[in-house]
Design a protein around this ligand. Structure first.
Ligand SMILES: O=C(O)CCC(=O)C(=O)O
Length: 283
């Protein structure tokens, strides 16, 4: 039997616009990752029976370790990479630990991120950092990207039933020929990829005996994005450069301190009241 040809991922930021994604190798050293890995492992140790690791949403605002994650989300190593594809005026919009445990066998169907953000963030210059906390590969369900599918068009979606384990319910149809072009985003800890909000991507379930641990952090170009805060669960943060209306954001540019207190917002209020539903209580 022929083994399918393995496609090497794009590592050239200049090809991001064409391919819709780019891998950045060897970004954080083991020493730099250590504090973050320990903090995340502590969060996973606190999971209560029935709580799922894939629902640790917006830790940079909602987690008890929000300062650690907010600092990571404005780390110059990450922002330099994001700047190389989005320009220098950057808004932090979301983050999420997409941890795959070993129980749910959660797959992430083919999707475009843009579908999930339309209620609060509209624009074509949005991107996601996908940062590995442990090695990612086919065995533990690494992300798979379909290069070049990033035309700024929303494709029709099938709405999938939420079975209580999934994080994606809006999936796009991908035929076998297109699926065969998928590139595996296999990373070492401390490496990350960037992907565009339209590029089709997804991942298979985790077939290893350990968690698959990655952190997604999402950014927008301040100049071309329209924000609707009423419908967004957390604040928007200006993390680099300039913005047309700077007072609209929490200013977290390099010379600014982190906020003294955990930001007051819908997500934090719901989490404190125990009404958020899916987010682990002690994350
Ligand atoms: O973590 C995965 O496997 C998929 C990631 C994803 O869908 C995203 O970051 O937008």
């Amino acid at each position: 039997m022929l083994t399918p040809r393995k496609l090497l991922p794009n590592t050239d930021p200049l090809k991001y616009a064409q391919e819709g994604y780019c891998v950045f190798r060897q970004q954080f050293t083991g020493e730099e990752m250590k504090l973050h890995q320990q903090t995340l492992d502590g969060m996973l140790d606190c999971l209560r029976p029935g709580e799922k690791p894939q629902f640790m949403f917006e830790p940079h605002v909602g987690s008890q370790h929000w300062r650690t994650w907010l600092n990571l989300a404005r780390h110059p190593t990450i922002l330099d990479a994001v700047e190389s594809v989005l320009g220098s005026d950057l808004i932090l919009i979301l983050s999420h630990f997409i941890i795959k445990g070993i129980e749910d066998k959660m797959e992430i169907g083919w999707h475009q991120d843009q579908w999930y953000w339309l209620h609060g963030v509209e624009g074509d210059r949005l991107c996601t950092v996908w940062l590995a906390f442990n090695k990612t590969d086919r065995q533990n369900g690494c992300m798979r990207v379909l290069p070049g599918t990033n035309q700024p068009t929303l494709l029709d979606v099938n709405v999938k039933e939420d079975d209580g384990s999934t994080i994606t319910t809006l999936e796009v149809e991908v035929d076998k020929d297109l699926a065969d072009t998928a590139v595996d985003i296999e990373l070492q800890p401390g490496e990350f990829s960037l992907h565009n909000a339209y590029v089709i991507h997804g991942s298979d379930s985790n077939r290893s005996q350990d968690f698959r641990k990655i952190y997604t952090i999402r950014y927008a170009d301040a100049n071309t994005t329209r924000f609707t805060p009423e419908k967004w669960p957390i604040p928007f943060f200006l993390v680099r450069g300039e913005a047309p209306n700077p007072s609209f954001y929490i200013d977290l540019r390099p010379d600014k301190d982190l906020p003294a207190d955990q930001p007051d917002c819908l997500l934090v209020r719901k989490h404190r009241a125990g009404t958020h539903g899916k987010i682990p209580v002690d994350y």
